[in-house]
Ligand binder design. Structure first.
Ligand code: NAG
Ligand code: NAG
Ligand code: NAG
Ligand code: NAG
Ligand code: NAG
Ligand code: NAG
Ligand code: NAG
Ligand code: NAG
Ligand code: NAG
Length: 660
């Protein structure tokens, strides 16, 4: 294969500065035979006993809970055809409902070392979501943002200092250094995929360091959606960052000081894009914060109301804080609709307050469990189902977005993880099960921005369901089966009837599937997978498999089965048009490589790449010499291949892999 020839060429160090164009690579094509996986794929953490595997690649597989014997296996959903009379319907939701929260200290691992070395798989993974939702919102921040310090330059032109903490560590407060390059990375990404950004203003003390706001606004312009003021301030006292007695009123006062500092700073033109209060909702309840008058006082400065929360934690194991959470014993509590209902309960008032104040309500940082996640749970297929149910329940409770947290190599819950630095030449990326939740939720709401959802669960907590209305009409039904039974004896059947309308002749169904709730491998969405550990380049592999199920129009019903475990997205209207668009887009993939000694992508290509017409794309493709084909063999972060460009869904995705 030509590509592997290129490899050899590069590794011999004889590559010239030629540009190679990969023509029309079929998106779904797979060819396992070309994979070059090396030995030593289990990465050892520096501070772990020899042989220990980094959390992101942990192999723990838990026992699936036994399914109950008295569970009803079929139920009927009698759904109104029009949104007019549906009680409890949500606000209008966007396909970008789920986004990501990326710990500041791991930005360079995940997005790229600098703006000329963006990570190919990251861009592809964002491209997949954009195809479905139109865009993605990413927050850069976390515990590490509060102590961040701006510097003019960092050796090697890097955007941030070497990762200090890749774990959501409640007490560790490393000072992350960053340069303007951080925003150039973000800006260059936004010119390729429709990513919008949130950043956080350091809040460890009130000697405001506002460079994040200044450079962020100057470089990102409208791609900067908001600036967080304070990250989990209710933990500042417990973490030793504030003096005894620090409470909601103190934070209220500090937020006011921040607003004043911004008002007085001529280098921050947009003064009203602040985000808060971002409570961890641990030490302080949301209501305690609202009692300070925060919303009324600051609503003109706020662009969104935010909270952060994780339903569980692994803090005892990681930091000897709190008490031990036993993953095996805890697993069943994630595999039920009750998990999502419990999670949103504490925010019901806040959701209403935010809506009344005209502000989006965002779950700014969440995932399965804080302090790194739980082994066997956070990266299991069960977590993917949990993530879907959480997202849909939050959406039904009028959250506008929820951002899943991404840490480094040392956490179990990452939606995606770049290979450890010393393995980048032979390993590709790893996606966590919750990435599939994001993909699915993006499709649930799609691109219209006029999707509404309602929780229609009526068959107990193990089989939740939702109806989705698009532009006023019933458009999709989402069905989950949290039970685990390989015998098939706990597969369920939902009977969908349409009230005030007629079921279609047939429905189209996409399934999220895997062997059990415990596995971390071979997860498929409508037949396609991103690949298992160290095999992900950010493209779906395998052929798209949408199941058509005939309905009984005379009885006005459709019967849709869902395996135990499984998730089904039922399209009430023919999604063929949508599918065709996606398929077309994916077949336009074209990749460019430059070789080792030309480490940067041509800025003129970058600068003009977004939203190009088909004609222009063809022109771009045809002006470069040489041509090879192949997909699976593309090593996306490896010696020799420095730049890969791919065209996706009307915009160009630049896929860059770096010579290390
Ligand atoms: C990568 O680095 C880790 C930590 O230094 C080490 O234990 C491991 O053996 C290295 N792996 C390879 C493949 O070099
Ligand atoms: C806040 O963080 C900055 C930068 O890391 C540090 O210089 C400063 O001392 C910190 N302030 C407090 C009160 O810890
Ligand atoms: C970006 O990072 C790469 C890899 O470390 C480095 O070789 C290159 O010089 C950097 N580019 C700039 C413009 O600093
Ligand atoms: C990309 O990053 C470079 C700095 O490396 C910057 O000069 C350029 O303006 C950025 N491009 C965009 C579109 O933000
Ligand atoms: C929500 O608000 C109501 C009325 O203001 C109050 O009674 C209730 O306690 C609040 N709920 C929570 C969880 O604080
Ligand atoms: C969500 O907002 C709608 C108004 O758009 C309202 O009717 C509904 O009751 C709200 N849902 C919840 C759970 O607050
Ligand atoms: C949906 O909303 C996003 C921003 O939230 C916007 O970029 C997009 O153009 C909107 N799409 C439609 C069809 O209105
Ligand atoms: C139903 O959907 C239409 C179109 O999106 C919207 O204008 C209307 O407000 C919705 N009605 C309700 C009750 O949500
Ligand atoms: C995943 O699927 C492949 C191909 O169907 C199969 O060969 C392999 O055994 C499966 N792996 C696991 C861990 O289930």
């Amino acid at each position: 294969m030509l590509l592997s020839a290129l490899w050899r060429l590069c590794s011999l160090g004889t590559a010239s500065a030629a540009v190679t164009v990969y023509g029309q690579i079929p998106f779904g094509q797979t060819s396992a035979a070309t994979s070059v996986t090396a030995t030593g794929s289990s990465a050892s953490p520096t501070n772990a006993p020899p042989g220990a595997v980094l959390a992101a690649y942990d192999e723990t597989v838990l026992r699936p809970p036994n399914p109950p014997q008295d569970q009803a296996l079929s139920f009927t959903l009698n759904l109104a055809q029009s949104n007019a009379s549906v009680a409890g319907l949500s606000i209008m939701q966007h396909g970008s409902f789920y986004g990501f929260s990326i710990e500041m200290s791991v930005v360079t691992q995940i997005m790229g070392k600098n703006a000329s070395h963006l990570q190919v798989p990251f861009l592809n993974l964002m491209g997949l979501i954009q195809q479905r939702s139109g865009g993605i919102n990413i927050r850069v921040g976390g515990n590490t943002q509060d102590f961040a310090v701006y510097v003019d330059s960092i050796p090697d032109g890097h955007a941030t200092t070497k990762e200090k903490s890749d774990l959501k560590n409640p007490t560790l407060t490393p000072a992350v250094l960053y340069t303007k390059e951080l925003f150039y990375i973000a800006s260059n990404i936004s010119s390729l995929v429709n990513v919008k950004w949130y950043f956080g203003i350091p809040f460890n003390d009130t000697n405001w360091r506002l460079q994040i706001a200044e450079h962020g606004q100057a470089i990102l312009g409208d791609n900067l959606l908001g600036l967080q003021g304070g990250n989990e301030p209710d933990y500042y006292l417990a973490h030793g960052h504030r003096n005894p007695g620090y409470g909601p009123f103190d934070y209220f006062g500090e937020f006011g000081d921040l607003i004043t500092a911004i008002r007085n700073n001529p280098n921050i033109p947009r003064k009203n894009i602040l985000i808060g209060p971002s409570l961890a909702s641990g030490p302080w309840t949301p209501e305690q914060m609202w009692e300070t008058g925060y919303l009324d006082a600051y609503k003109d400065s706020l662009v969104a109301v935010t909270m952060e929360h994780y339903p569980s934690n692994n803090c005892f194991v990681r930091f000897n804080i709190g008490s031990y959470v036993d993953p095996q014993a805890t697993f069943p509590s994630f595999l039920t609709h009750q998990a999502a209902l419990n999670f949103v309960q504490m925010y019901r008032n806040t959701s209403n307050l935010a809506r009344e104040a005209g502000k989006p309500f965002i779950m700014f940082e969440t995932n399965t469990a804080t302090c790194g996640g739980l082994p066997g749970i956070s990266d299991s297929f069960g977590a993917a189902l949990w993530g879907i149910d959480m997202g849909l329940t939050m959406a039904a409770t009028n959250f506008s977005h929820a951002l899943l947290h991404v840490g480094g190599q040392n956490v179990y819950y990452n939606p995606f993880t770049a290979p450890p630095t010393n393995q980048t030449t032979f390993n590709q990326w790893t996606v966590g099960a919750v990435y599939y939740s994001v993909l699915v939720v993006a499709e649930v709401f799609g691109k219209s921005n006029v999707s509404q959802i309602v929780d229609t669960s009526n068959n107990g907590p193990l089989t939740p369901s939702y109806a989705i209305y698009d532009n006023g009409a019933l458009s999709k039904v989402a069905l989950l089966n949290f039970m685990n039974d390989p015998s098939g004896a706990h597969d369920i059947t939902a009977t969908i009837t349409v009230n005030g309308g007629q079921v279609p002749q047939e429905v189209h169904v996409k399934y999220l599937a895997a062997e059990s709730v415990s596995v971390k491998t071979n997860i498929t969405w409508a037949g396609q997978t991103l690949g298992n550990k160290f095999k992900v380049d950010g493209r779906l592999k395998g052929s798209l498999d949408i199941i058509r199920i005939a309905c009984d129009q005379s009885a006005n019903l459709c019967r849709v089965p869902v395996k135990a475990p499984g998730f089904a997205l039922v399209f009430m209207t023919d999604p063929t048009r949508l599918v065709t668009e996606e398929a077309l887009a994916t077949f336009q993939t074209t990749a460019y490589t430059k070789t080792m000694n030309t480490a940067t992508v041509d800025p003129s290509v970058l600068a003009t790449s977004n939203g190009h017409s088909e004609k222009e794309r063809m022109r771009l493709g045809s002006t470069s010499p040489g041509s090879v084909s192949g997909t699976e063999g593309l090593r996306t972060w490896a010696s020799g291949v420095t730049v890969l460009l791919a065209l996706l869904s009307g915009g160009m995705v630049v896929l860059m892999a770096s010579a290390r």
